[in-house]
Design a protein around this ligand. Structure first.
Ligand SMILES: [Zn+2]
Length: 58
């Protein structure tokens, strides 16, 4: 089982810390993009996290 993933923004390899679970947010060391860990049928994948500002509420 590999914890290595590719940053969707800069194609850098990112190794997820052991125990990382879906819905966690991590930051790419290379491009500093905020990435969201998404759980899927084949395991975890990374996607660019939506920018959350003051859209809390509804
Ligand atoms: Zn990156």
């Amino acid at each position: 089982m590999s914890n290595t993933h590719i940053c969707p923004t800069c194609d850098e390899e990112i190794t997820l810390p052991e125990g990382t679970v879906a819905a966690e947010l991590i930051t790419c060391d290379e491009c500093e993009t905020m990435l969201e860990v998404v759980g899927g049928p084949d395991g975890l994948t990374l996607t660019e996290a939506p920018e959350v500002e003051e859209d809390w509420g509804e």
